[in-house]
Design a protein around this ligand. Sequence first.
Ligand SMILES: [Cu+2]
Length: 133
Amino acid sequence: MASAMRLARRPPIAFSLALVAILVAPAQARAHALLVESSPADGAVLAAAPPRAILRFDSRIEGQLARAILRGPDGRATALEADGSAEPPDRVSFALPALAPGDYRLTYRVISVDGHATPGQIRFTIRTEPVAP
Ligand SMILES: [Cu+2]
């Protein structure tokens, strides 16, 4: 009786494999098209408005399918156009409109070549220009 209960408590191999698959899957899902760097960098405080935002990933992305939305200090959301078929395949750039000083949040979504989507965001601040003495 006691040995039968011990046997019943031992997890079946299929269950163990399923558990391993569950533990490993999220790591694999994160393993592609991670943002490596951006310009502006996340959290950057800039003295002047940048003409474009550039995102670089750790793998190739489908540049044509990249999307981004910029929210500025007025709260308005502006859809940005991904530009640059000439970009290296691991990056995408977005032309920015003329930006007033303030806090900005760029929300992006890119598709890696294996079809997985990577969403994310970067924040940056354009300083108010100092008054000339
Ligand atoms: Cu993938």
